[in-house]
Design a protein around this ligand. Structure first.
Ligand code: ZN
Length: 438
């Protein structure tokens, strides 16, 4: 007999004796059973004969109001999250909270409809005062761009907030800045997004997260925009505008600067999602060598480039294209890469996979479309920096976790107090001067 078992029996005997004594002194036979039950519960002893305190269930963890420094899309707003306000603007950017992300993706979107019926390429302005003669402080795209309604006034105007959809041909050069301003209330309408799926793009991780039926279905590599010098000027409007959108027209192939961008779907005026671009070789075949290796980092002119290789779930840009109809109104949200956000490093015991027979990539699971006939073998993320695993490259199909060194490098760029894009910051100063000069 094990010592533990012996102690268990001793506990029972002690408990029973204690109960019997108390029951006897109570001299009420009909209460005996009740007493025994109570006392047995009260005097559980551990293996050392000490009394084990009864565990009392703690109170349900209170849902805390969003703090001022949480990484939410409306971070830094002059209008903090109101009690009970939820949805895209106030949800912390945490892709692991699938239930909360799904709820956000299914919540209605307030869009702008100025009634010209010219669709989602049309844009309008937010004003500094409830007055169309006042200063224009932001640009909003009609039909597809969501706004956060802060106040609906009696005078026919509403105060709203969004990331300004400023493109190159605007006087309001609020490049991807979160702005608030007034718009006539009659232009606002609520739209129910497509209930079948939703998509999140995170500018910090440079990944796209496809949600279906309440769950994260698949993760893909993307490239969002990068501010660059084009040979004659800087292009601050390359930075992909963050925000909450609805997927609109399926446009097809765009050709830009010899780059073929297949399966483009419009979501914000000139911004679209499309397959990672290719050039045509002399023999007409497709060549992705100048663009594909950059997936997972910023590099586009504002569009969102999506991987063409299939993830283990079978998802790629072709799948998205086939899945969606034009005007699908699938909610498409872009999370801002606020300075201070950090990518978590996976636990050391997280499993990753490889082919021990001369494989040169590490994978997310045993199956990968890179080599469909191979069952990959597990090792741990903690071993990834040791031989022979340290030579393996991250698979571009199944999108395994980034290497710790790469995560740390990005986290240093985004460390609190720093500036991951000083060029963009400097180019945004003109907007503040514009505000001050008016
Ligand atoms: Zn793989």
């Amino acid at each position: 007999m094990m010592i533990g078992e012996k102690n268990q029996i001793m506990k029972r005997i002690l408990a029973f004796l204690a109960a019997a004594v108390l029951a006897f002194s109570a001299a009420a036979a009909e209460e005996e059973e009740l007493w025994v039950e109570e006392i047995v519960e009260d005097v559980l002893l551990d293996d050392n004969g000490r009394e084990v305190p009864l565990e009392t269930p703690g109170p349900e963890e209170a849902s805390s109001p969003v703090s001022d420094d949480a990484f939410i899309p409306s971070r830094g707003s002059a209008y903090p999250a109101r009690e009970g306000e939820n949805g895209y603007w106030t949800l912390p950017m945490d892709i692991t909270d699938e239930a909360a992300v799904w709820e956000m993706l299914m919540a209605p979107v307030t869009v702008v409809d100025i009634g010209k019926n010219s669709g989602e390429k049309e844009q309008t302005y937010l004003y500094r005062e409830p007055d169309e003669d006042s200063l224009k402080v932001g640009v909003v795209t009609c039909e597809s761009q969501g706004v956060r309604v802060i106040e609906t006034r009696d005078d026919g105007w509403s105060l709203v907030e969004c990331y300004s959809s400023s493109f190159h041909a605007t006087k309001v050069e609020a490049w991807n800045l979160l702005v608030s301003g007034y718009i006539p209330t009659k232009y606002l309408k609520q739209v129910e997004p497509n209930p079948d799926m939703g998509i999140v793009v995170d500018k910090l991780t440079q990944r796209m997260y496809i949600f279906q039926e309440g769950k994260l279905l698949s993760t893909l590599l993307v490239s969002t925009g990068l501010v660059q010098w084009n040979g004659s000027k800087y292009q601050p409007y390359n930075e992909t505008r963050s925000g909450e959108f609805l997927l609109m027209n399926k446009v097809g192939t765009l050709i830009s600067d010899r780059l073929y961008c297949d399966m483009a779907i419009r979501f914000n005026a000139g911004d679209m999602m499309h397959e990672v671009p290719h050039v045509k070789n002399a023999d007409g075949t497709e060549n992705y060598s100048s663009t594909e290796y950059k997936l997972g980092t910023k590099c586009s002119h504002g569009c969102i480039r999506v991987q063409r290789y299939r993830t283990p779930e079978g998802i790629n840009m072709s799948w998205i294209w086939k899945q969606l109809k034009s005007q699908s109104k699938v909610k498409f949200v872009i999370w801002e890469d606020w300075q201070g956000r950090q990518i978590p490093v996976p636990d050391d015991d997280t499993l990753v996979y490889y082919n021990p027979n001369k494989g040169s990539y590490y994978h997310k699971g045993t199956f990968c479309y890179m080599a469909k006939s191979i069952t990959f073998q597990p090792f741990t993320y903690g071993e990834l920096e040791q031989a022979p695993y340290n030579k393996l490259k991250a698979c571009p199909y199944c999108v395994p976790p980034m290497r710790e060194g790469d995560i740390q490098e990005r986290n240093e760029q985004y460390a609190a107090g720093g500036d991951h894009d000083e060029l963009l910051t400097s180019l945004q100063q003109g907007y503040y001067e514009y505000l001050q000069g008016n």
